[in-house]
Design a protein around this ligand. Structure first.
Ligand code: AMP
Ligand code: ZN
Ligand code: FE
Ligand code: FE
Length: 294
């Protein structure tokens, strides 16, 4: 008879590295996750899996188990929506091809953002944003940094509020695929999809339900019920929505950089009772309960 061991799990299925708009390299990210007791981590960079190989190497031999991840941008009824893909085959040729297209879309979008913001007279805005992205395709946070550096706005918050956030000129969605398209990409690569941070889209409750309905109908699997910096009211609302819609539940910090006290790897509230965690449906399910082996 073996004595059952209490396996203490800490699961974070949403975070970013320098491969997109995070500050840490994939290696540093995995190290930090390990130091903070994360046992299962998905690196979910925006529209790229470029960081996964380095993260995988860094995770080998540590206590951190890496789950393949990506955060895909798409549109639903003129809203920019983020879908987290998890536990897919990162070697899938079809997936690699559509991610390359998505990268092209990001470049086209970056050029359009720069054109739309020319009236701000920030010199060489696109080049500056590319510099903040380490020469890679710049995302909105890199444009925000460039606007701060040019003195157009006082901080990143103001950059989003005035120029880059939802409904502002820099919120360019023209190049994103439809919601159902990105769900298909992940599903065809054997993975599961999560509607990321559902409260961040500023949708009314009715409209959010409609989004979740459409997401489920096109094959979406889970809602990101637990995330950082979310009120307990929002957590309760999402847990109820998740139960009623019969979706799986996911959780993740959406960590981007160290030093933000409201957002740290692995630091999120407990998953509410009565939900089915998405990790029970991974190809290698994560067990969070002590199994009796007697
Ligand atoms: P992108 O993929 O280029 O559209 O950038 C998305 C990222 O921008 C998110 O992951 C956040 O890090 C950041 N972001 C989006 N909206 C805001 C906001 N209102 N304030 C600050 N950061 C934001
Ligand atoms: Zn981001
Ligand atoms: Fe997101
Ligand atoms: Fe994210």
């Amino acid at each position: 008879m073996t004595i059952p061991q209490a396996r203490s799990t800490c699961i974070d299925l949403h975070c970013h590295s320098r491969a997109s708009d995070g500050k840490l390299s994939p290696r540093e990210l995995v190290q930090r996750a390990g130091e903070r007791g994360v046992t299962h981590l998905a690196l979910t960079d925006h529209d790229t899996i470029d960081g996964l190989a380095e993260a995988g190497e860094a995770a080998a031999g540590t206590g951190v188990e890496l789950i393949t991840g990506i955060e895909l941008s798409c549109v639903w009824k003129s809203h920019t929506i983020h879908v987290v893909g998890l536990d897919f085959d990162a070697g899938s040729p079809a997936l690699i091809r559509v991610i390359a297209e998505q990268n092209e879309n990001r470049w086209r979008r970056a050029r359009t953002i720069a054109e739309r913001l020319t009236r701000l007279k920030a010199p060489d805005l696109l080049d500056q944003a590319i510099k903040f992205a380490d020469g890679d395709v710049p995302g909105r946070p890199h444009f925000a940094q460039a606007l701060v550096a040019a003195g157009v706005v006082k901080d990143l918050n103001q950059a989003f509020k005035r120029h880059l956030g939802a409904g502002k000129p820099g919120d360019v969605k023209a190049f994103w695929p439809e919601l159902g398209t990105v769900v298909d990409w992940v599903r065809n690569a054997g993975g599961l999809t999560v509607l990321a941070h559902p409260r961040k889209y500023k949708l009314t409750a009715t409209r959010l339900r409609s989004l979740v309905d459409d997401f489920r109908r096109c094959g979406g699997n889970a809602l990101e019920v637990v995330t950082s910096g979310q009120s307990s009211g929002d957590l309760g609302f999402l847990a109820e929505l998740c139960r009623r819609e019969g979706m799986l539940a996911s959780q993740g910090s959406d960590f981007h950089f160290p030093g933000a006290p409201w957002c740290e790897l692995g630091v999120i509230p407990a998953m509410p009772e009565g939900l089915t965690p998405i990790w029970q449906h991974f190809r290698t399910p994560v067990t969070t309960q002590v199994q009796s082996t007697a």
